[in-house]
Every structure is written in C-alpha cells, then in structure tokens.
Ligand binder design. Structure first.
Ligand code: SAH
Length: 327
C-alpha cells in the first residue's frame, strides 16, 4: 500500500495522523482488505477502499512447487511484471525473496532476469507489497533481496522497504541484500545504521572470467568489489556471504576454488555454492561431484562453504529463474 497516498487521502478527509499507523498495523499483520480494519470508522473504510488501492501490485498468477515454494507474479499499476518467492522450511523459517526492479539492467549471462527487458526501479511500497502478499498467507521471519533486479541500483527504495519489514516480523538482522558488487551501494549499506546482511554474487575470482559472465565486472572489478566488502565487514562486523553459481567447466575447477580462497579472509566471508538452475543460457550446471570437490577445497583452505538448497525449480522460482515468462 502506498502509505504516502494514504496519508494524503486521510488529510483530505480531515482524519487524524494516527489513522495511517492504524491502517499500516493491520496491513503488517496480514489484513486482507479495508473491511478487516475494525478500529477505523466504517465510513472511512469505505472511502479509503474507493480512493487508496489496498496494494500497489495486482496478483497476476501464483504457482506452488512440489517442495512447497510459492512464486507470485504481480503487475504494477503501469503493467510492469514483478515476481517474488516464499520459501518455507521445516525449522519454521519462512523466507521471502523480493524483487527490487522489474527486470534488470545488468546482463549476467547465466541469469534469466538479465535476459528480459529492464522495466524500472520499484518503489518502496511495491517492494513491501510483495512481502505483504505472502504475509496474508503466513508469518514471515526472513527476507532476501535476491529476486529480480539489482538492489544497490535502487537502494533508497530498498532501504525504505527495510524500514517497514520489521513491522511484518522480519528484522534487519534477518534481511540480506544481494549485489553483483555495485561498489557505491555496498559503501552506502555499510554507512546506514540497520544491521542488514550483505551477500555478494561473485561467481569468479579472476577478472577475465568474471567480466565474461558478468559484464558489470568491467565497471567494478574483483579487487574493488572485495575491498568494498572488506570495508562493509569493518563497519558492520557482519560476515559477508559470497554467492557462487556452479557452471560446469567454466568456474568449477579446483584451481578456481584455490584462487577464490586466496581472495577471501575466512573471518569475513562464507561461501554459498549455488547449483545452476536452467535459465535458457548456454551453460550446464556442475555435477554433484564437482560441487563437492569445490566445497571441500574451500574448506581445506579454511573457508566455510555450503551448497545452497535448490527450491522451486519446477516452477521456475529458483535462483536466477525469475523472468516473468507469463507476462
Ligand atoms: N542482482 C542481485 C540480486 C539477485 S540475487 C545479485 O545478482 O546478487 C540472484 C542470485 O541468483 C544471484 O546470486 C545470481 O547470480 C544467482 N543466479 C543467477 N542466475 C542463476 C542460475 N541460472 N542458477 C543459479 N543461480 C543463479
């Protein structure tokens, strides 16, 4: 919900400011419509229902994976596609994966979002409304900005959303912002006060290969990106997660694991190896044995490394698969 618009309409209706907070509290707790907000006068609820859209996003389609993962496709008011994913785990963790942009202007060669047309930055309300959609279904406790788009290129709106997520039960400590290594954004994230987590999509330890698969590397090469992440660690004292998608014969050799280990201070970084999800790119994912050998090499070098659990692949909801094909 656009809370600015709500504030404006409340003002026009001569209502006190606290009505905005009341309405927001209902939303954050998963209310489904204006009707549910029983501490607002009935006449006001009716008026707001006519004047303020309950969500800035319209649900266009929703799919449920065999593993329970849910993917929602929304449209913004100007008909831009946006996808978000809800992942539920046995231990009670319920994590939303949010998009910060419709499409993505970067063109990482292995990513489906990178191959779709870039639309525009989302507003903070459009980001929060993705989470609110799932909040109506279940209580949430984790958030990752790993959906469509590059959050650091839309950081004002992302931080605006991060200011509201705690009301939904998602604290900043349980919120991770993932980036291709957009250096000015990393520095801004380090300078702002919230204890947000940083995840870095690295995918290669050497510039030649990284530039080939992630053209943004020409702008922010590996050494500059790692230096920025080191500054983030110094400022926040929070470990940085390195994401590394495993592409067969491209970046999955043992020598490349050694080069990666050389780059990372084990006190500051943890590596998350991501099995490649089919995304229409020419790559093949590394096999189980190659992934395990890569992980073991990192561990031998003292770097903590885990393999990311693949979720929602059967509905194209896994990492790198969000491309709003239905739109
Ligand atoms: N632009 C940000 C946020 C997107 S996060 C970023 O790149 O960090 C999405 C994650 O999925 C990134 O780590 C991305 O590199 C990874 N990814 C992209 N395509 C993938 C694929 N086909 N299989 C597995 N992971 C992929």
């Amino acid at each position: 919900m656009d809370l600015d618009l709500l504030g404006q309409r409340l003002g026009e209706a001569g209502e006190p400011d606290y009505r905005r907070g009341q309405a927001w509290a209902w939303q954050a707790r998963g209310a489904r419509d204006w009707e549910a907000m029983t501490d607002l006068p009935a006449g006001l609820r009716e008026r707001l229902a006519a004047e303020v859209p309950f969500s800035t996003l319209e649900l266009e389609a929703e799919e449920v994976s065999s593993d329970g993962t849910v993917k929602a496709l929304f449209l913004t008011a100007d008909r831009r596609p946006v996808e978000a994913v809800l992942m539920s785990y046995r231990d009670g963790r319920r994590s939303v994966c949010l998009s910060s942009q419709s499409g993505c202007p970067l063109t990482c060669t292995f990513c489906a979002t990178g191959s779709m047309k870039f639309g525009r930055n989302l507003t903070a309300w459009e980001i929060v409304d993705q989470a609110l959609h799932f909040r109506r279904r279940a209580e949430l406790n984790h958030c990752v900005f790993m959906g469509m788009g590059e959050p650091m290129m839309n950081l004002d709106a992302v931080l605006g959303a991060c200011g509201l997520l705690p009301d939904l039960g998602i604290t900043s400590r349980r919120t991770a912002v993932s980036t291709v290594g957009w250096v000015p954004g990393i520095d801004r994230l380090a300078a702002q006060p919230r204890p947000l987590r940083l995840a870095l999509s690295l995918h290669a330890a050497d510039d030649a290969l990284r530039s080939e698969i992630m053209p943004v590397n020409d702008r922010y090469p590996v050494s500059e990106v790692i230096a920025a992440c080191n500054r983030f660690y110094e400022a926040k004292r929070r470990m940085v997660f390195v994401e590394y998608v495993m592409l067969a014969g491209v970046n999955d050799q043992v020598g490349q694991a050694l080069a990666l280990a050389d780059l990372l201070d084990p006190k500051r970084y943890k590596v998350n190896l991501i099995p490649y999800n089919p995304s229409g790119s020419p790559y093949e994912g590394s096999g189980k044995a190659a992934i395990e050998a890569f992980r073991a090499t990192l561990e031998d070098q003292g770097i903590r490394a885990t393999v990311r659990l693949t979720r929602g692949r059967d509905i194209d909801a896994a990492c790198g698969q969000l491309a709003a094909r239905a739109a």
